[in-house]
Design a binder for this molecule. Structure first.
Ligand SMILES: [Zn+2]
Length: 75
């Protein structure tokens, strides 16, 4: 996984330089602490944004259909 060292910048060289590390075990090679994901977060944000957009579209569509049915029945 790609990520930054989660250690304090005072304690680890990789955290100080905010270097993106690519490690299979998700641990910093310098200090052994877990990495903060660098790539996964942005992908998650993009997926959330897309989901919100579809949710808003779905709500608008349901409202439109409800209004259409209401008017076609009672006007
Ligand atoms: Zn580190």
């Amino acid at each position: 996984m790609l990520g930054y060292c989660s250690n304090s910048p005072l304690r680890c060289e990789n955290a100080r330089s905010a270097k993106i590390l690519n490690r299979m075990d998700a641990c910093c090679p310098e200090c052994g602490l877990f990495l903060l994901p660098a790539q996964d977060v942005s992908q998650q944000l993009r997926a959330d944004e897309q989901f919100l957009r579809y949710a808003v579209l779905a709500v608008a569509l349901v409202l439109f259909i409800a209004v259409y049915i209401y008017y076609s029945n009672f006007v």
